[in-house]
Design a protein around this ligand. Structure first.
Ligand SMILES: [Fe+2]
Ligand SMILES: [Fe+2]
Length: 265
């Protein structure tokens, strides 16, 4: 039996949520998707995920939610992270950090999909532990019947993400990169059966710099004067990957980049 997983890149602000709302019904119908995994670290005004935003992203159709370096930006997400079973914090934060290290979604066909989030350490401001050791530790703790395992590698450096793909090849079904907000064209199935991509790109307004008002960002870069970077609005796209997984072995058989252009406002 084959399962179809949709992994969606960083949803940015309310334009990103609009992209989700328009895209998910269409993509789900077209591809018979069994599980939707959404990186929601930029949902609330572009940085973090508030409790209200969590509820909305679940209503939009996410089965599992990952975050990133903005995990605790909105403090009211902390009780959600402690209570909810469908959202994870990065697994390589300190052990006392609130939130779970893996989450499991049971599909309509009764298959378990586990998700793990990891933070890179290169060029990142967060003080994370070794993501490779954290991945090994969490994989050892997963229930044995969770054969389909998806890892969101949230990192800046392409090298660190590629290295994680190799580290986990044959041990997880998918490693998808997030955080840079720019899609890469290197999707492939690694030799031992892990679907890999360095970054799926963001879901949000592409008439922007990484989702923010382009005039503000460009002006600030030119003048050296800091500015509040508000979320942009136009050219909304959902970016992600669709992975086909053999449900019995957990191995990926196909990975395809997805880009859905939301209708013009
Ligand atoms: Fe990030
Ligand atoms: Fe992000």
């Amino acid at each position: 039996m084959q399962l179809q997983l949709l992994c969606v890149g960083d949803v940015v602000g309310s334009p990103g949520r609009r992209g989700l709302q328009e895209a998910l019904p269409v993509l789900t119908a077209k591809h018979a998707i069994d599980c939707v995994i959404v990186n929601a670290e930029n949902v609330t005004q572009g940085a973090g995920l508030a409790a209200a935003g969590y509820e909305k992203v679940i209503q939009d159709g996410a089965h599992l939610i990952t975050l990133g370096d903005h995990v605790y930006r909105r403090r009211d997400i902390i009780p959600v992270l402690e209570r909810a079973e469908n959202i994870v914090r990065p697994a390589n934060l300190p052990s006392a950090a609130p939130g779970r290290e893996f989450a499991i979604h049971e599909t309509a066909s009764g298959r378990k999909v586990a998700v793990i989030s990891l933070l890179g350490r290169m060029f990142m401001k967060t003080n994370a532990n070794c993501p490779f050791a954290a991945a090994d530790r969490v994989l050892a703790a997963l229930p044995k019947d969770a054969k389909i395992i998806v890892v969101d590698m949230h990192a800046e450096a392409t090298s660190e993400k590629v290295a994680m793909g190799w580290h986990l090849d044959g041990r997880v079904s998918v490693v998808f990169g997030t955080h840079t907000h720019i899609p890469t064209a290197d999707e492939r199935i690694l030799p031992k059966g892990t679907a890999y991509i360095t970054d799926v790109g963001m879901t949000g307004p592409y008439d922007s710099v990484l989702g923010r008002n382009k005039d503000r960002v460009v002006g600030s870069m030119i003048s050296g004067v800091p500015s509040a970077f508000d979320v942009a609005e136009a050219d909304i796209r959902l970016c992600g990957i669709l992975a086909t997984i053999d449900a019995d072995t957990g191995r990926a058989t196909k990975i395809e980049r997805i880009r859905f252009d939301a209708t013009a406002a």
